[in-house]
Every structure is written in C-alpha cells, then in structure tokens.
Design a binder for this molecule. Sequence first.
Ligand code: SAM
Length: 220
Amino acid sequence: MLDKRLQAVAALVRDGARIADIGTDHAYLPVELVRSGRCPSAIACDLREGPLATARRTVAEAGLSHAVDCRLGDGLRPLCSGEVDDIVIAGMGGETVAGILDACEWAKDPALRYIFQPMSRSEELRRYLLTNGYRIERETTVEQGGHWYVCMAAVWADAPIVTEESAYVIGGLDAVADREWLLWQRSMLQKRYNGMSQAGDAAECARLDPILKKLEELLV
Ligand SMILES: C[S@@+](CC[C@H](N)C(=O)[O-])C[C@H]1O[C@@H](n2cnc3c(N)ncnc32)[C@H](O)[C@@H]1O
C-alpha cells in the first residue's frame, strides 16, 4: 500500500503504461503499479547502489523480479529511448529534475508522459518545462504528515512558452482544490519578501511583489 504522496503520483500514471521510476529508492511505486496490474512492467532506477539494493529487495519480496528491472545510473541514462511509456521522477528537488531532463538527448519525445513530484523549487521545474517546450497537462496537490506536495503530469509538445513569474509559481493549480498548497506557498514567499525588504534587496522585492499580488487575487 502506497502512502498518500505516492498514491497521488501513481494516479497520474497511464493505465497499461510501461514505466520507469527514476530515483526509485525503495521501489514501492513501481512494485505497486505492477502488482496491482495497472502497469505490465517497470524499470526502477537509482543513482546509488544502497537504494538500488533496497529496491531489488522490495522487488524480490513481491515476487516481481520478472517484471521490475532494477538499474543503476544517473537520471535517464540507464534507459534506452522507446523502452518505456511513462517516466516518474518523484522525491527530488525541481532543479535536479530539470537537470535530469536536460541531460537526456531523447527526453523530448511526445510519446512519453512524465510524472513529477518535486520536493522543492517546483517553480524552477515549471520554468524549465514551459520554456523548453513541455506542456504541463495536470497538477494536483496532496497533504501527508502536515506537508503539502505538488504532483505534475507533462508531455513534450514542441511549444516553448515564456510567461510571467507568477505562472511558474502557481502553474495549473486550482484556487479551491489546491488552496492549502497555495496558502503555504504565499506564506513562504511573504517571509522571503519581508527578509529581502529588511536586507534592502529591491530587485528581489520587485520580482516577488507581482507573484504575491497574483496569489492574493487567486486566494480571495
Ligand atoms: C528521497 S528519495 C525518493 C524516493 C522515491 N522516488 C519517493 O518519491 O519516495 C530520492 C532518491 O533519488 C535518488 N537520486 C538522486 N539523484 C538521482 C539521479 N540523478 N538519478 C537517479 N537517482 C537519483 C537518490 O539516490 C534517492 O534514492
């Protein structure tokens, strides 16, 4: 049984998709998706040998070694183009996720669906996705243990968009359904604004001001 955060990630995976889970660690997600019959196969990848050993153990204990392949390597490097349909990258910072996509020659493939769950800097991930031609199809938020997490599904659409800063922060989140996440984001940005104001950083205050105003409008 997945926790609420990983359930929210799993909900964005397409039924029947061959998946890759990048930064799999314990491999709970690929094992559950294959065990439940939602996915026929999975490739569980991790940069480090320790987490990959944990993944191999989870897979073996579930009796799924024939369907879940565990591979060591950085980002998308353990994969070949065309091997999977959906790629999950969960539990890493938004900038790390963007770096993983940027390092892969075949990442810009419209047949692929990406599911991201950035632990931080989600605005940097949105900025990378939108300015590099990816379209964010869906965003959801989920609470677990007092923390709010954002999940995204994206595809490459060959249509780069440069938009205003607030769009990178707010993305496709909804004022009602995702209110708690947006409130938390606003309080973080307000704290940063206050700190920058005290430090006399006018440029950062000028950058943050329209974002805070947009959040105010959205959350009335
Ligand atoms: C916090 S765990 C997340 C585990 C799981 N994806 C989740 O969301 O619960 C992050 C994992 O990503 C792995 N990792 C970090 N950078 C990576 C990279 N560039 N490529 C592959 N794995 C990476 C780490 O070794 C670690 O096991």
